[in-house]
Design a protein around this ligand. Structure first.
Ligand SMILES: C[S@@+](CC[C@H](N)C(=O)[O-])C[C@H]1O[C@@H](n2cnc3c(N)ncnc32)[C@H](O)[C@@H]1O
Length: 463
């Protein structure tokens, strides 16, 4: 999130913050420590955030939100107004439907002052144009956005409920209903707004008091197929106004029987920002889910090598299982993947530390002569996951192929980045420039990993 443009009615930004805090503090059971402040961080590109007014001690309670105030399926009237069980839609779609319902209620919703401070525009990859996405070049993240699948789920599961209950879901703007192309487009827009809020703001809500929790787990899109195993999701006012910046985490949400309580994890000094933990996420994923990146997440960057590219580089005519006995053999042993993730080598990491065993086994299997492979197959035994010159040479070529798929070099990107953010420019670029800068940071991180791993392979291939 950059600035005003992401929020409804940016001219009343502070007024909306004040209204929200008044609403919150006036709600039964809410406690907010007077040492914290809901701050305007638009100048640094971070929207709203929570800042310490004065020094806070380790373990101190920052605020407490009763479970009844969570915007969740269990707390909305919608479940008693519909004949079907909303929860059957799964955690993502059920919360999405409830949020659309509450949002369309306008001022009569219990959560109206909360909706007033939530953004309506996002920089998450779901909202990037094709030209903006192209700036990510060969990053594997481009194939993980899942827009089409999300559209299909919304039209299949949400649209029929909305269309069958026009009194609960009044059409927006000039629309007379959510039928037809215009109706479907409006509904998709609403649903994506709620889906994006859930992705970047919602928490997994535990049923009982005994455990603590972090922001929700990284799912590939809004909706995934293993929904049954997921906890129910809820929007927790105030708790979701904490930003995050990798290891600057200094607070955590604890889920107790009656309330969700945010506590300081360490002493926090006056004027310091209070940060939650979104996890050790590569910048590509941070951009996909949260729509921002910072340098502090660079250590968690990864590159992903696709099975297809590896097969092609190894000279296999296709990566089709049916026609490729080597791939079939690996699949039978459950070590074949569509893509292989290599993390950034940090702190003198060795190849052994960073290369997934499955990748090494694949490289070995693809490097074997037909006789060597037949021998392995007849013994039904996977090769050892250790690198020698042959596998290293193949991986070297795969990485060079990967590098060549990025339209620009790391040196060119470095120059471009400098031209985009000269020291005198403000931290928060707007619109497409901001997206271009974030895409640059993501693709540069990936190119740096490619280069670093190539340098590590040099010693083996030269031997
Ligand atoms: C849980 S919300 C935090 C509250 C949010 N800043 C707001 O104003 O509504 C998560 C969103 O905050 C923004 N954000 C979080 N941490 C950030 C950071 N370190 N820098 C910039 N934006 C950040 C991103 O837009 C992210 O999607």
């Amino acid at each position: 999130m950059s600035s005003s443009t992401h929020f409804p009615d940016p001219s009343s930004f502070q007024q909306q913050s004040n209204n929200f805090i008044s609403w919150l503090e006036g709600s039964p059971g809410v406690k907010v420590n007077s040492k914290i402040l809901l701050a305007d961080l638009r100048a640094t590109g971070a929207g709203r955030g929570i800042v310490a007014r004065t020094n806070i001690e380790e373990g101190e309670e920052l605020f407490s939100i009763p479970r009844s105030l969570i915007l969740a399926v269990q707390n909305s009237d919608l479940k008693s107004l519909l004949p079907q069980d909303v929860e059957n839609l799964g955690p993502w779609l059920s919360l999405m439907l409830v949020m659309i319902f509450e949002y369309l209620k306008g001022p009569s919703s219990q959560w109206a002052p909360y909706f007033q401070i939530l953004p309506t525009q996002f920089d998450t990859l779901m909202f990037w144009s094709a030209a903006e996405l192209q700036e990510l070049q060969a990053s594997a993240i481009v194939d993980k956005i899942g827009k089409q699948g999300a559209d299909e789920s919304i039209l299949e599961s949400i649209a029929p409920v909305v269309r069958a209950n026009p009194s609960l879901f009044p059409p927006v703007g000039q629309l007379s209903s959510y039928e037809g192309d215009a109706g479907a487009a409006a509904l998709l827009e609403l649903a994506h707004m709620m889906g994006s809020l859930i992705m970047a703001y919602a928490f997994d809500i535990e049923k009982s008091e005994d455990d603590d929790d972090e922001m929700n787990d990284a799912d590939d899109s809004y909706m995934t197929d293993d929904e049954e195993e997921q906890l129910s999701k809820g929007m927790v006012p105030l708790a979701d106004l904490l930003n995050a910046d990798a290891d600057r985490n200094n607070a955590r949400l604890y889920q107790e029987e009656e309330s969700l309580i945010m506590r300081a994890l360490k002493p926090i000094r006056e004027n310091e920002e209070i940060f939650n933990d979104y996890g050790e996420i590569p910048r590509a994923d941070l951009l996909r889910r949260y729509g921002y990146v910072t340098e502090n997440y660079a250590p968690f960057d990864v590159i992903e090598l696709s099975l297809r590219d590896i097969c092609q580089t190894a000279g296999l005519p296709t990566d089709d299982l049916e026609s490729q006995p080597r791939l079939q053999f690996l699949d039978e042993h459950e070590v074949l993947e569509d893509g292989y993730v290599i993390p950034r080598p940090l702190n003198n990491a060795t190849l052994e530390d960073i290369l997934p065993a499955e990748l090494v086994v694949l490289l070995t299997t693809l490097s074997q002569t037909p006789e060597e492979f037949e021998q392995r197959r007849s013994r039904n035994k996977l090769p050892k996951a250790s690198m020698d010159a042959k596998q290293a040479a193949l991986l070297y070529k795969v990485l060079q192929t990967k590098q060549s798929q990025y339209a620009t070099s790391l040196a060119q990107d470095t120059q471009l980045l400098q031209s985009l953010s000269p020291p005198q420019s403000p931290a928060s670029l707007e619109g497409s420039s901001r997206r271009l800068k974030m895409a640059l940071q993501v693709r540069m991180g990936e190119k740096e990993i490619c280069q670093a791993v190539l340098a590590m392979l040099d010693s083996i291939t030269a031997a």
